[in-house]
Design a protein around this ligand. Structure first.
Ligand SMILES: Cc1ncc(COP(=O)(O)O)c(C=O)c1O
Length: 480
């Protein structure tokens, strides 16, 4: 045996060859002893390895647990309910997207862009926004705001309105800064504020009555309560008009009240206006940035997904004064950096086309709401027919409906969730085949009770699917 091997098992190392000097008996004894030594050593080593492995395993596990600032943000209604759709395949009136084709001119613009002679249209573009897109957005909103927007400094193109919200809240929050959120609210506001180190403060919209037919205008905030939330630590207030999930279009009086407080306390207004074109007569969308002295302190957020029924494209924007937008640019350049060029080019073409026919009834900015209104009214009717009390939205494409008169027709005890609306929507998806979203998800824990008696349905769906939903609900209602 050549003693140079297995140095890590035998403590001594021999470089000389001993085999030639020993007899067979000695050799046998030596081999036996060596084998024993090997077994003992191997077992010790593997034991040591196992021990070491156990320690390092738990160390590894704790090292890679979710960071403190993300704790509490693990649950997402969208992730959970998308799973529910995949598993039970209900009619999906949950998430807010059309189940019909996007406008042909928009799709064709994208096809033409990707196959264009210009090779650069499939490559990176300007980080803060593709020039053609920021130019046309500046042109559109200059007209709507009656002021000239600088395309390069007052507009940022983002990965959907989601990223515009994220960049705004990251870019304008110091630890301890307070943000006022009007409930019910698009659910990502709260985790985005917390991750940025801020503190959300909530004020709920409450229905003036709950018995009769309701309009989203009946959902109001208490002015004194709102005023009491403002203080030296307030950094801003998030407004969403038209609101998701209620469809409330904030009135001039309400916006004026918010503006006066914002100016008094020198705070920002983040105005999430992704449904700006989805407003039903006689309601009128008012951009808070157009109120006196408000452009200076407002960041307005929009979405091509909602504007052109292309939610999968995830192109959004923020506009506002250059000094406020600068903070968003810093976040954007260090996270997303640049959004897809062909999508931006195609959205730019779509905007240019709408600008050309801006005052015509064919303009998509007005025709979509006109086409959706009958769907809204159809949904309100079939929900009322089964015994729910819908809130008729003035804007957006969601409708919430109070389902408590039907509580005897659902076996809520079959579901285990904490909140009744979660149990209701899950039971309905599994047993009736219609999926809605639980509105308590749009409230802070202390106000979830306001949403619990309701369900949110989306009506930007094909007529045949809305009719199917009506039939399924009717059938369910007629069974014992
Ligand atoms: C109120 C509100 N804000 C922002 C968004 C996000 O829009 P995007 O899909 O452009 O990221 C949504 C999407 O549903 C929304 O409802």
């Amino acid at each position: 045996m050549h003693g140079t091997e297995n140095n890590f098992l035998l403590s001594s190392t021999s470089t000389s060859c001993n085999i030639c000097k020993i007899n067979c008996f000695d050799l046998l004894k030596w081999v036996t002893m060596f084998t024993k030594l090997c077994v003992a050593a191997t077992s010790k080593i593997s034991h040591a390895f196992i021990l070491k492995d156990t320690i390092s395993h738990s160390a590894v596990m704790s090292k890679f647990e979710i960071p403190d600032r993300l704790v509490g943000n693990e649950k997402s209604v969208w992730v959970e309910y998308t799973q529910l759709v995949l598993k039970y395949k209900p009619l999906n009136l949950g998430q807010g997207f059309p189940d019909f084709h996007a406008p042909e001119n928009v799709i064709k613009a994208l096809a033409a862009t990707t196959t264009s002679d210009n090779p650069l249209l499939n490559q990176y573009t300007r980080g803060f926004g593709h020039p053609r897109l920021v130019n046309v957005i500046a042109k559109l909103f200059s007209r709507l705001l009656n002021r000239t927007l600088d395309p390069n400094n007052e507009i940022l193109i983002t990965s959907g309105a989601y990223e515009a919200l994220f960049s705004t809240l990251q870019g304008h929050t110091n630890p301890g800064d307070e943000w006022i959120i009007i409930e019910p609210f698009f659910d990502c506001y709260e985790p985005m504020i917390k991750v940025a180190g801020g503190v959300p403060r909530f004020i709920p919209l409450k229905p003036k009555n709950i018995n009769g037919p309701l309009s989203s205008a009946d959902w109001v905030f208490d002015k004194q309560e709102l005023e009491s939330l403002f203080n030296e630590k307030t950094k801003g207030i998030i407004l969403n008009t038209p609101n998701n999930p209620i469809g409330k279009v904030f009135s001039l009086d309400e916006l004026q009240f918010i503006s006066d407080l914002a100016k008094k306390w020198n705070v920002l207004v983040v105005s999430d206006e992704v449904y700006e074109w989805l407003v039903y007569e006689p309601a009128k969308h008012i951009r808070i940035a157009t109120l006196p002295g408000m452009y200076e302190r407002t960041i307005t957020i929009g979405s091509a997904g909602k504007t052109f029924s292309i939610t999968g494209w995830k192109i959004g924007w923020a506009y506002g004064p250059a000094n406020l937008l600068y903070n968003l640019q810093v976040v954007h350049q260090n996270t997303v950096y640049t959004c897809p060029t062909p999508l931006q080019e195609a959205v730019a073409i779509a905007f240019e086309q709408e600008l050309e026919r801006f005052d015509s009834p064919d303009c998509y900015f007005v025709s979509l709401a006109r086409d959706l209104k009958p769907k809204r009214d159809f949904m309100a009717k079939f929900l009322s027919d089964v015994g729910m009390i819908p809130t008729i939205p003035e804007g957006g494409f969601f409708m919430i409906a109070n389902w408590t008169k039907l509580k005897d027709k659902v076996q809520l005890e079959e579901e285990t969730d904490e909140y009744r609306d979660y149990r209701f929507t899950k039971w309905m998806a599994k047993n009736v085949g219609v999926l809605g979203i639980p509105p308590s998800t749009f409230y802070s824990p202390e106000h979830k009770y306001i949403g619990e008696d309701n369900v949110r349905y989306c009506f930007i769906k094909k007529d045949e699917n809305l009719e199917k939903a009506a039939e399924l609900l009717k059938k369910w209602k007629s069974t014992q």
